[in-house]
Write a protein that binds this ligand. Structure first.
Ligand code: HXC
Length: 258
């Protein structure tokens, strides 16, 4: 059996996925992306999981799509067979929150993978970039679309056209990253955040994620209406009764995730 490129663990209500192709700085090939997609779908289906963390190694979250695999592909290999891109949409289908815990390089597809997650927590060693232009291509998994939404046009153009890397502090200032922490505290911080999220009522967590994502599509009025309807619908859950009762009774809520 071939080596596994994604290590799968469960810690309480948190699913932890570790990209594990260290010799290639976690370069993303079809096997790795297939394993990642399958593990994410399994966590999504598991009622005992409330949040997911994806991480890499100290040196690299992921240094991009696998250049060795891609270098001889033809147009019909990539378009016809959907090599490399076929499993990228799986992460978009995950309704539970996903945190990227990034140390070291997050380049090309690695940066795009992090941006597909809901929150990026970065070690002070993290380096983000879209260097595809140096290879004679462009970002192919959302880099030209999600990066400008996160950091604005000027910085996205700068990164995509010059291929320069952006450090963790710059990434936080620009709004790509939610927190920067010391490298040796990265996993603790990411797991703590995921554990807090997973302790909340799952329906409200999933709906909050859906509503925030709506902010990037359509008009403000449509987004506000969607949020209002979702807010109303949460009054049909047991967890809303429990959460508000617990507050008034000055105790911790005991959410049943329904
Ligand atoms: C395949 C890679 C790789 C990659 C690194 N490696 N990145 N293999 N694909 N993207 C391999 C190297 O070949 C090398 O293998 C080993 O990992 C260590 O890398 P080094 O280059 O020796 O390390 P270092 O000098 O520390 O430099 C690190 C680096 C550099 C700056 C991250 O590796 C680099 O520039 N990598 C490419 C980054 C990149 O262009 N990414 C975008 C890819 S295109 P050996 O066997 O020699 O030890 C892309 C398109 C996305 O992502 C489209 C999505 C659908």
């Amino acid at each position: 059996m071939s080596e596994s490129f994604v290590l799968v663990e469960t810690r309480g209500r948190v699913g932890l996925l570790t990209l594990n192709r260290p010799k290639a700085l976690n370069a993303l090939n079809d096997q790795l992306m297939d394993e990642l997609g399958a593990a994410l779908l399994a966590f999504e289906a598991n009622p005992d999981i409330g949040a997911v963390v994806i991480t890499g190694s100290e040196k690299a979250f992921a240094a991009g799509a696998d250049i060795g695999a891609m270098k001889d592909w033809s147009y019909m290999d990539v378009y016809g067979n959907e090599y490399i891109t076929r499993n990228w949409e799986t992460l978009k289908r995950i309704r539970k929150p996903v945190i990227a815990a990034v140390a070291g390089y997050a380049l090309g597809g690695g940066c795009e993978l992090a941006m597909m997650c809901d929150i990026i927590i970065a070690a002070d060693t993290a380096k983000f970039g879209q260097p595809e232009i140096k290879l004679g291509v462009i970002p192919g998994a959302g880099g030209t679309q999600r990066l400008p939404r996160a950091v604005g046009k000027a910085k996205a153009m700068d990164l995509a056209l010059t291929a320069r890397m952006m450090g963790a502090e710059e990434a936080e200032r620009a709004g790509l990253v939610s927190r920067v922490v010391a490298a040796d505290k990265l996993m603790e911080e990411a797991m703590d955040a995921a554990t807090i999220i997973a302790s909340m009522s799952l329906p409200s967590v999933m709906m909050a994620k859906e509503c925030v994502n709506r902010a990037f599509e359509g008009s403000l009025n449509e987004g506000l209406l969607f949020e209002r309807r979702v807010f109303h619908s949460l009054f049909a859950t047991e967890d809303q009764k429990e959460g508000m009762a617990a507050f008034t009774e000055k105790r911790k809520p005991d959410f049943k995730h329904r």
